[in-house]
Design a protein around this ligand. Structure first.
Ligand code: MG
Length: 385
């Protein structure tokens, strides 16, 4: 029996994780759930999965949650401390880290340091603090299993091979809903159009990141840390069908890929069950009816966020933290319809251009650069409007 803690249980990954767990009650037990603002859904999850501890982001929501769970024997905690409590609960052996954004960093790092294996869906953890997190993973001797579909694909494609034989990692990208748009058309896209992803059902933030291709940029940085491969050996191929989830090219010219229907339950189940596999009831991939699979290079002119991410990775130090924080702020502004679609990349670029890259030595540094960058980005948005 594996005891599981889920950080971000009411988000898209959290809900899918619980769906899988519910099918394997003999293998997995939910010990801790941590969520943001969706109190009703969290309360339903608590009643169904009976965790020992549950955490909510805002301490002010505790009384409302207590009310919803009156009569249930569960410890209710809140805030960052609450999330850490869920992440480090003594009986937990694996933490599913699925909080959206930089907020996932502190509890995930706490989980690693207390010896928990991590199923990592929060890419911002590695984008903002890759060196610190990978050091902690090494020190603690825990498993870090990627849940991001591309990184799960690469992890699977690397399995059984020597790292020194890798020539290239190839991340695939759907290209999002605006893949065929001209720059002029991109000027006029609406929030509704940006939220309509062609292949994957995901949360709002990551759906916008997919539309700008910042998601792929963050994934390049994530891959750099996870697999310790230099940035110039990480390529992106646009593959609109989202069937090849990513590939590894070896020195002898062999390319090993992982394929499947685009459903996040596959990489989640892989991380939960590793090194085993558990049977899922998804409709199988039928390549004979899938049609053609196409690949092309990304257009960095139309999707400058991808280039900004490569540049931030190259600059190193505090640059990826600033990239990520600026992105979170501008995406939030776009979701609130305060800025236009093309402003997203423009403002991130402006914030990065003003930033003097510094060394990052600690989590406090990460949080400080993150905080400063959010303020700078708000100021930049105000200046532009
Ligand atoms: Mg992905």
């Amino acid at each position: 029996m594996k005891n599981i803690s889920i950080l971000g249980s009411t988000g898209s990954i959290g809900v899918s994780t619980l769906e899988i767990i519910s099918q394997f009650p003999d293998r997995y037990r939910v010990v801790a759930l941590s969520a943001g603002r969706c109190l009703d859904l969290l309360a339903r999850q608590v009643r169904r999965f009976k965790p020992e501890i549950v955490s909510i982001a805002d301490p002010q929501d505790v009384p409302a949650l207590q009310q919803l769970l009156s009569g249930y024997d569960v410890e209710i905690v809140a805030g960052v401390e609450g999330a850490i409590g869920c992440a480090t609960h003594p009986v937990v052996s694996m933490v599913v880290s699925a909080i959206v954004g930089a907020a996932g960093l502190v509890p995930t790092l706490a989980a690693i340091k207390s010896g928990k294996d991590i199923a990592l869906a929060n890419k911002e953890t590695l984008v903002t603090a890759g060196a610190l997190v990978m050091d902690a993973v090494k020190q603690a001797g825990v498993q870090l299993l990627p849940v991001d579909s591309e990184h799960s694909a690469i992890y699977q494609s690397l399995s059984g091979h020597r790292p020194q034989d890798v020539r290239k990692l190839i991340l695939t990208a759907s290209g999002g809903p605006f893949r065929e748009h001209s720059l002029e058309q991109l000027r006029h896209v609406t929030l509704e159009q940006a939220l309509a992803h062609p292949n994957w059902a995901m949360g709002d933030k990551i759906t916008i990141d997919s539309a700008t291709m910042m998601n792929k940029g963050l994934e390049v940085i994530e891959a750099y840390w996870l697999f310790q491969v230099p940035a110039k050996q990480i390529d992106v191929h646009v593959h609109p069908q989202s069937i090849v989830h990513s590939m590894v090219e070896y020195v002898d010219g062999s390319v090993v890929a992982q394929l499947g229907v685009p459903d996040m339950k596959t990489p989640i189940a892989y991380a939960l069950a590793w090194p085993e596999r558990i049977p899922l009831s998804l409709s199988p991939l039928d390549l004979c009816t899938a049609g053609s699979l196409t690949f092309s290079r990304p257009d960095m002119q139309k999707f400058p966020c991808l280039q900004l991410a490569y540049d931030a990775l190259q600059a190193g130090g505090s640059a990826p933290i600033v990239l990520n924080a600026a992105n979170e702020v501008v995406v939030d502004s776009f979701l609130k319809q305060k800025i236009q679609f093309l402003d997203i990349a423009k403002i991130i670029r402006q914030v990065l251009e003003q930033h003097v890259v510094e060394r990052v030595e600690s989590v406090d540094d990460v949080l400080a650069y993150d905080h400063q960058a959010r303020i700078k980005t708000q100021e930049q948005i105000a200046r532009n409007s």
